[in-house]
Design a protein. Structure first.
Lengths: 339, 276
């Protein structure tokens, strides 16, 4: 298998970033990891995952859609879209890699969202197998193998080498572009690392979390469950869960005035917010119970109903560690199970 | 990046503004070069916007058989609609669409006797179907329209109803207003009760649109008369941003009102969670 010694990874990053923008998870001053554009000397974070998910690369928190020039009664529409430049995201975990294929099921179905597709077309996703999954991880529940991540090219580490395997044409092009830095080597040590990781996975507190009873076929039973009141009681409606979530994809469209016209942009929105469904004549989701229910119903019931049983969650665990009142999808799944 | 994106709107020109009621105006919209901005089917909607103010979904009230322009009957009830009502002829707006499904005028409704039931501004989406049916009269059976509003002054499209629909021999029009009023010698009373009084044949296919409370009681009345939910269609509205089932706002159950609706048959609505 093609590999590179861990102490030579800087040369690989330098080679990639010479040709296109490269983003890697790097440690912030406070110790947490976030994706940063690679510059010489930057170190790949050893943290399990980034605080924010990787969805920003394809579905940024805000982006401009279109501009208008207004003159008297006249309006001129200006298409401001520009072809994205090629870029590489290195070190995406298996959970976030799966989230891209879930976002694809929303944004790449007809009518295709050209803003999203543009970035998707130009981005190469290089994933990194997990070696130390944590107690908040439950990607296994959604059929994700953190030791065999998806993405254009998968990378494994055994502590001495990084191993590369292309999964797609784009991934192969990536491997080809750095092949002069890679050498062929045996995977005996890597196999041991993977076996050890699988052993850890089996011992994780959420290893046995089951999705078996969820899906599209018991829609109204789940909707009408008497558990929602208790579950949502402490929810602050802060939307943190939706913002750190790699699969939450709801957005708002707003305008603002610029020096010479109007710019229309879209930004992440949250079904947890009180005005998400508010109209001039009223609001169909009046209390936090209804808004809370919507978020989890969408991930566990509505999305699978429309996508051959695939869930709208990848078990990354971000909502478990970030919710200020310690409510999360795992608690909801455990409380809600309709047999 | 040559392909168009549905989020990038077209420009439309307001070429006529009709004052229908104290709070409803009907706006005629044409492409800057004349003609319609795009084609649609009865029941479909479009996103209208005044950039810098807002954008919202409105049903297209004109029939697709009208080849010259599109019309939107809009009630003043919020920020954007206040601005729309303040427009003058010649003003440009942005428009994108068409969005959503349509009333099944070429399939399930074909050959059927039709009963339209509308309340207030709820006539707007049905007017598109009514005029489509009038222009393709041979394809449909009897047509009956029951339309009610708070007062005579609140009846939308009153002139068209009197001059065209009521003089059309193939159509029966039943108007009602909530309370008696000087200059009104027609029926007085709420729509649900009036429908029961009229006792329409249960062979008719029903299209209903109006305030939620009117729909609720009218549907109950229709059921008492023997109508089945599979015979009754309505059109819904929820907050929308994208119009194509992606922004997540109009999601109910596994449906998106903007793309799977806005037209639903009542047996289809029954399968959805009660959240609209």
């Amino acid at each position: 298998m093609l590999r590179i010694s861990i102490d030579k990874i800087d040369s690989l990053f330098a080679a990639i970033s010479e040709k296109q923008a490269l983003y890697i998870p790097a440690d912030r001053a406070d110790g947490a990891a976030e994706y940063k554009k690679y510059e010489a000397g930057m170190k790949l974070s050893e943290k399990l995952n980034t605080v924010r998910s990787a969805k920003d690369f394809f579905f940024p928190q805000t982006e401009n859609l279109v501009e208008f020039k207004m003159e008297g009664k006249k309006i001129e529409v200006k298409d401001i879209r520009q072809e994205s430049e090629d870029f590489v995201i290195f070190g995406v975990r298996a959970c976030d890699a799966r989230s891209f294929t879930i976002l694809d099921k929303v944004y790449l179905v007809e009518p295709v969202d050209s803003y999203y597709k543009n970035r998707r077309d130009h981005g190469t996703v290089v994933t990194m197998a997990c070696t130390r999954p944590s107690e908040t991880c439950f990607c296994q529940a959604f059929g994700i193998d953190p030791t065999a991540p998806e993405g254009d090219c998968a990378v494994w580490s055994d502590g001495s080498y990084y191993y590369f395997k292309a999964n797609t044409e784009k991934g192969q092009a990536f491997v080809d572009s750095v092949s002069s830095l890679l050498e062929d080597g045996d995977t005996a040590e890597l196999d041991k690392t993977v076996a050890k990781t699988k052993e850890i996975m089996g011992r994780l507190p959420l290893a046995k979390l089951s999705t078996e009873n969820f899906g599209g076929d018991k829609l109204n039973e789940y909707f009408n469950s008497d558990k929602w009141g208790e579950l949502s009681e402490s929810c602050l409606g802060c939307g943190t869960c939706t913002f750190v979530c790699p699969t939450c994809q709801c957005y708002d469209i707003k305008d603002f005035k610029t020096s010479d016209g109007i710019r229309r942009f879209r930004c992440w929105d949250s079904c947890m917010y009180s005005d998400f469904t508010k109209m001039a004549h009223g609001n169909p989701r009046l209390t936090q119970l209804e808004r809370f229910r919507q978020r989890f119903m969408h991930k566990l019931v509505y999305f699978p109903a429309n996508n051959n049983g695939e869930f709208g969650c990848v078990g990354c665990g971000r909502c478990l560690s970030k919710c200020p009142i310690s409510m999360n999808i795992v608690k909801v799944m455990k409380a809600l199970e309709v047999k | 990046m040559n392909s168009n994106d549905t989020l990038i709107p077209y420009v439309g020109v307001v070429t006529d503004i009709r004052i229908d009621t104290p709070d409803v105006k009907t706006f005629r919209v044409e492409a800057p070069e004349g003609g319609k901005v795009f084609e649609h089917m009865p029941g479909q909607c479009a996103m209208l916007s005044i950039p810098g103010v807002g954008e919202a979904m409105f049903s297209i009230t004109s029939s697709p058989t009208n080849k010259e322009f599109m019309e939107f009957s809009i009630k003043k009830c919020g920020c954007l609609t206040e601005w729309l009502h303040a427009m003058e002829v010649g003003q440009m707006i942005t428009i994108r669409g068409p969005y959503g499904n349509a009333f099944p005028v070429e399939t399930e409704l074909k050959g059927k006797d039709l009963l339209f039931i509308a309340g207030g501004i709820g006539l707007a989406p049905l007017r598109s179907v009514i005029n489509y049916v009038r222009d393709n009269r041979a394809n449909y059976g009897d047509v009956q329209i029951v339309y009610g509003s708070r007062s005579k002054d609140d009846l939308v499209d009153y002139k068209e109803i009197i001059d065209e629909w009521m003089t059309d021999e193939g159509i029966e029009v039943n108007l009602t207003i909530d309370n008696a009023q000087e200059g009104w010698d027609g029926h007085v009373g709420f729509v649900p009760n009036y429908v029961k009084e009229l006792d329409p044949s249960i062979n008719k296919t029903v299209l209903i649109c109006g305030p939620p409370i009117m729909i609720k009681f009218t549907l109950a009345g229709l059921k008492e008369l023997g109508f089945k939910e599979t015979q009754v269609y309505t059109t819904m509205e929820l907050r929308m941003k994208c119009g194509v089932g992606k922004c997540g706002r109009c999601n109910i159950g596994n449906k998106y009102v903007c793309k799977d609706g806005p037209v639903f048959r009542f047996d289809q609505l029954d399968e959805l969670p009660d959240e609209y």
